[in-house]
Design a protein around this ligand. Structure first.
Ligand code: C5P
Length: 226
């Protein structure tokens, strides 16, 4: 299985001047934890890190320090996550049929989650890791008034990894570019093209490190694991 790691964002919501994936969590940069989980996965054979050129030197020295056994390729990131993944898809080796896409910022995903997604992708063209939502969700209008309350039993919080047939996802990205669709995950492109996306049970601890509070929670989870 091929793995693309979008890692070309900034640390704006973290209040950091650098890419948040370079921030340390228990003595290792965030991206290192993501890479170690990919290394420990039994199914991932190739890793593409999508980053901004300003971060390449740091990413390269992190990869070297981890002594990974799997081939790692560095890919130029774009202005949005959607553009970064698009670049990643173009950089996949010829012959890559299926791909998992996993946000570098979800640095607590386990190797077992990668493997569960890889296995499930053998019997479908598109899937995402997701968990049932715990909160009641409100749809709110521009004035701050609640418009509706969706039935919680049908709501799932999307995570990554998200896995797809490479040829189909490339077509969806091309269509998205032509039609000007702006999406925050790849499943949304698949859905808008009328293709089926399945759910694979995600992990409650697979949080996306976005704010300083997330960093503190991630540290707590890692301490519990060790
Ligand atoms: O900003 P957010 O946390 O939603 O980003 C999700 C993932 O997408 C992060 O791992 C981030 O590094 C990546 N990203 C990217 N290219 C961008 C913006 C975000 O690869 N231009």
């Amino acid at each position: 299985m091929y793995l693309l790691i979008p890692a070309a964002g900034s640390g704006r919501r973290m209040g950091s001047e650098r890419n948040k994936l370079l921030l340390e969590l228990l003595g290792k940069p965030l991206i290192a934890w993501t890479l170690l989980a990919a290394e420990a996965s039994q199914t991932i054979k190739w890793i593409g890190i999508i980053g901004q050129s300003i971060d390449w030197e740091d990413f390269k020295s992190i990869v070297e320090s981890l002594n990974l056994t799997k081939p790692v390729q560095f890919i130029q990131g774009g202005a949005t996550r959607q553009e970064s993944v698009y670049n990643g898809l173009q950089a996949l080796p010829i012959g890559a049929e299926s791909v998992l896409i996993h946000d570098g910022a979800r640095c607590l995903a386990t190797p077992e989650l990668f493997d569960r997604c890889s296995e499930a992708l053998q019997s479908c063209d598109g899937l995402i890791a997701a968990i049932p939502v715990k909160d009641t969700i409100k749809v709110v209008d521009a004035t701050g008034a609640i418009e509706s309350t969706p039935d919680r039993s049908r709501l799932w919080a999307a995570q990554t990894p998200q896995g797809f047939s490479v040829s189909l996802l490339k077509k969806c990205h091309e269509q998205g570019r032509q039609k000007g669709w702006e999406v925050t995950d790849d499943a949304a492109l698949f859905e808008q093209c009328g293709l089926l996306v399945r759910i694979v049970e995600g992990e409650e601890t697979n949080l996306k490190v976005t704010t300083p509070v997330d960093l503190a929670i991630a540290e707590f989870i890692l301490r519990q694991r060790s």
